[in-house]
Design a binder for this molecule. Sequence first.
Ligand code: CP
Length: 340
Amino acid sequence: MLPTADGTRHAAGMPLAEGGRSSGAPPVLETPAGLRAKDLLSIGDLSANEILLILETAEAMKEVGTRTIKKVPTLRGKTVVNLFYEPSTRTRASFEIAEKRLSADTLNLAATDSSVVKGETLADTVRNLEAMAPDIIVLRHGSAGAGHLAARLCRARIINAGDGMHEHPTQALLDALTIRQRKGRVEGLKVSIIGDLLHSRVLRSNVLLLRALGAEVCACGPATLMLPDMPRLGVRATTSIDEAVEDADVIMLLRIQLERMRGYFFPSLREYFQLFGMTVARLRRAKPDVIIMHPGPMNRGVEIASEVADGPYSVILEQVANGVAVRMAVLYLLAGARQE
Ligand code: CP
């Protein structure tokens, strides 16, 4: 049984397991439950129950990835366009794998291979794609609000795969899935997010999600990379890494985003690592069962030492694995669960 967005419970209608349990029958979608909104643009648009619905659906989706034939017909006949204006390894690959596992027809379009290089605007590109009747557009863009613009122009559902410094909702969802897997809960945990806070869409989505599920969130970084609205969001802000690490259940490192920096925020990367880099010595202040997370891509020797990234507390590759299941869940709940 999976919870619905309104907190009631219903038969999951998830794809049946491989082998004897399913008798080889094709998976059947039985549930009318989905998400309230047409699009997934921000974690702030989801209720706590909708977040839990996505996480529990993702738990069920993980089973598909363990089968010999990793494919179910859930989104057969649906067309998904992956439109990426910024580079991506994890998000783009995991969306494409998720779409293929759900049997959707997929099209990958990078801005560098499209008419964007000839000067076409985002609005015109999206309108032209919409004319070809896709069901979902997964959009990564360098500008905050790009997904909102596309959502206003399209009947197709828009999934925000990262918009500038604004939000990256599916990253926060896969992070929460990883935390729940390791800790059994999110509520009451001390989650410390350390690094380039100012330029991070991962921070914004994670803060909204972690606070909605009742975690205690501490944000740490140099004063020059701090966000002014942390207290309003219920986040304790500090420039002391020792304070952030002390008794933390979860430590999430954020990349120093040199490509978004206009000006000098700290004297050198070497000094940043000395003051804020996560090392084995610093980790000793955390809880003995602390987990280390990083959304990737990592700058080894800047925000995280290699011994920590590859060490026993690291769940960084579990995050990547969970990205496929979370994106399957989001695609299913947006396009599959509530048929038009
Ligand atoms: N975490 C993340 O968004 O990574 P990519 O930029 O590689 O997609």
